[in-house]
Ligand binder design. Structure first.
Ligand SMILES: NC(=O)c1ccc[n+]([C@@H]2O[C@H](COP(=O)([O-])OP(=O)(O)OC[C@H]3O[C@@H](n4cnc5c(N)ncnc54)[C@H](O)[C@@H]3O)[C@@H](O)[C@H]2O)c1
Length: 472
């Protein structure tokens, strides 16, 4: 029996699985039975942690099949420019339902690559033929959320490594299925959380690792980005796929830009883990008001159907007693913000704009943030070695979000070139995504506590420095 069929039969792939039974017509579910059911599914899957430090054969030139050639797909093509020209990678296949996007991507790729990628287009399932290890080593997935898990599973089943845009899953069953498939096939499966490579987040990580923060106790992070206009625009997200999620789901739908870096700061899965959460969504208003204010009757009708609250707040606890406040809001008008707050026994940082406080003990010192000049000294002294190494390259080439997208793509391809394990493994992506699914379950149960299950078979207990610091 093919692995994918087996997983389907064991119920691991059902989009309408645990989460929907929990929020069924009976009204509020029972968190205890939900947690027990999830534990049973993990037990049945027999997860064993074997993909945690996975290394695969070195691939001197990584052949990439790229799925989804919209906003993000086009941007990641730019990130590959230098890697292709240096001979580290080649875009060997591209796929999108839209033939015009395929044509546009071909022209974009031709500006820096001599070989022409094989194209797969024209219908919803054309992508499946590109998941072929004769054609590619790595599937780079930039499609709408509902296709991420399905495509990553297919890639691994067919012998390719999988790298997916965020979130890689949004049901508990999908997180479990991804881990199981990576363990069985010994293929890499990485969620491309680019904010983990941002200069400020890496600087904070380095300061934490160097002891500047003392004992880190608490963090606040978020994805606060007014996307109303883009979600309504018929030409931005293909078929308005993103808006549709807000008509069907309520919770934190996009956890990982905020949570990913905090999990690095807190050694999550490398000595500590996320244990439980509670989540609350505010009333919805801003998106439905924006829809109602259009002069499109179809959008006006949607205004009555928005279910995702404007501001979702999730509190997460860790095994070592740390706390995390995670927020999500893409409805309200306000400047972009990921908060970037970290509190330790010796220092505190707030982001947007960046402010650093160094504690001098209990004596009164005015409780002032460091001056810009003093913060600049800390920035220079504690620049993350990865950023120092790649800064010139990141500045000289198309950068993507200030350089972090280039650094992310560089690390992925160079690790594969050298047969090294990746900076983030399948357990990281599955866990960060699982928080989103559990936030939905908690919101549906009047903010009741949800336990966060272990997908690593206990490996999270082993203390380990984050691999992003390795010299590769
Ligand atoms: N990490 C980041 O900073 C970042 C930034 C932007 C977007 N994203 C993520 O990237 C993903 C894509 O977002 P986007 O803004 O590019 O959306 P988009 O709508 O512009 O692009 C999605 C593309 O997928 C294609 N597609 C849909 N169904 C397909 C199928 N069956 N086969 C092949 N192609 C198919 C669409 O035609 C479209 O071109 C999302 O997961 C989003 O969350 C991440």
């Amino acid at each position: 029996m093919r692995r994918l069929d087996f997983l389907r039969m064991s119920g691991l792939l059902g989009m309408s699985g645990l989460l929907s039974s929990f929020t069924s017509s009976k009204g509020l579910g029972q968190p205890d039975s939900f947690a027990a059911e999830m534990q049973q599914k993990i037990k049945n899957a027999g997860l064993n942690g074997s993909a945690f430090h996975l290394k695969a054969d070195a691939i001197p030139k990584v052949r990439i099949a790229l799925f989804g050639l919209g906003n993000r797909g086009q941007s990641l093509i730019d990130m590959l420019n230098w890697l292709v020209q240096e001979g580290h990678a080649e875009i060997s296949a591209i796929s999108d339902i839209s033939p015009s996007k395929v044509q546009k991507a071909k022209e974009q790729i031709a500006s820096f690559q001599t070989t022409v990628p094989t194209a797969f287009t024209g219908n919803d399932d054309a992508w499946e033929e590109a998941m072929n290890d004769d054609l590619a080593d790595l599937a780079l997935i930039c499609t709408p959320w509902e296709l991420h898990t399905k495509m990553a599973l297919k890639a691994m089943e067919n012998g390719l490594h999988a790298a997916s845009e965020v979130p890689i899953a949004y049901t508990p069953e999908d997180s479990i299925a991804l881990v199981k498939m990576a363990e069985e096939t010994e293929r890499h499966c990485i969620m491309l959380e680019n904010c983990c490579y941002n200069r400020e987040e890496l600087w904070l990580l380095n300061m934490i690792e160097e002891g500047v923060f003392g004992t880190v106790t608490h963090a606040e992070c978020a994805y606060l980005h007014d996307l109303r206009q883009l979600m309504i625009d018929p030409t931005y997200y293909e078929n308005r796929w993103r808006l549709k999620h807000h008509l069907a789901r309520n919770g934190n739908l996009y956890t990982t830009h905020g949570l990913g870096p905090v999990c690095m700061y807190f050694d999550i899965l490398r000595g500590d883990t996320l244990t439980h959460l509670t989540s609350m969504s505010s009333k919805e208003a801003a998106l439905s008001e924006a829809l109602a204010a259009t002069n499109d009757p179809q959008l006006q009708a949607m205004a009555k159907k928005v279910v995702c609250g404007d501001v979702n707040t999730t509190l997460i606890g860790t095994a070592k007693g740390r706390s995390i406040m995670l927020q999500f809001d893409v409805h309200s008008g306000r400047p972009y913000n990921r908060l970037d707050k970290v509190v330790g026994s010796k220092a505190t940082h707030y982001g947007y704009p960046s402010r650093l406080y160094i504690d001098h003990g209990a004596s009164w010192d005015g409780h002032r943030w460091l001056s810009d000049e003093m913060e600049a000294e800390y920035r220079e002294k504690y620049e993350h070695p990865l950023w120092s190494r790649l800064q010139r390259l990141a500045e000289e080439h198309p950068q993507g979000h200030g350089g972090m997208d280039f650094v992310m793509m560089y690390r992925l391809i160079r690790c594969l070139n050298q047969g090294e394990s990746l900076d983030m493994n399948v357990y990281d992506g599955a866990l960060w995504s699982l928080v989103g699914a559990l936030s939905e379950a908690s919101v549906a149960a009047s903010s009741q506590r949800m336990d966060i299950p272990d997908l690593t078979a206990g490996l999270w207990k082993r203390p380990e420095k984050h691999p992003v610091g390795r010299d590769i």
